[in-house]
Ligand binder design. Structure first.
Ligand code: ZN
Length: 80
């Protein structure tokens, strides 16, 4: 059985890469029974969206010229 710590780690991992089906099922089951993890997932999804939006705004902005490296740094900061 996964611990809450495992689940939050796996959830944030799953934002960057797709996890094996078995792991995804384990996460789902845990979130189903856990009181805390649904909130963690919500927060991660929110941050994910915020990071994506920031990314798009930067891509479409001609005022801000940022290199890929700087953008990656900001994305990581937003994610934490
Ligand atoms: Zn949990």
């Amino acid at each position: 059985m996964l611990s809450c710590k495992d689940v939050s780690r796996l959830l944030s991992l799953s934002m960057d890469q797709s996890l094996p089906l078995r792991k995804r099922v384990e996460i789902r089951l845990h979130i189903w029974f856990c009181k805390a993890c649904p909130n963690i997932e919500k927060q991660l999804l929110f941050l994910r969206q915020a990071a994506r939006k920031l990314d798009e705004e930067m891509l479409h902005s001609d005022r801000v010229e940022l290199g890929a490296e700087a953008r990656e740094r900001i994305r990581k900061a937003v994610r934490q």
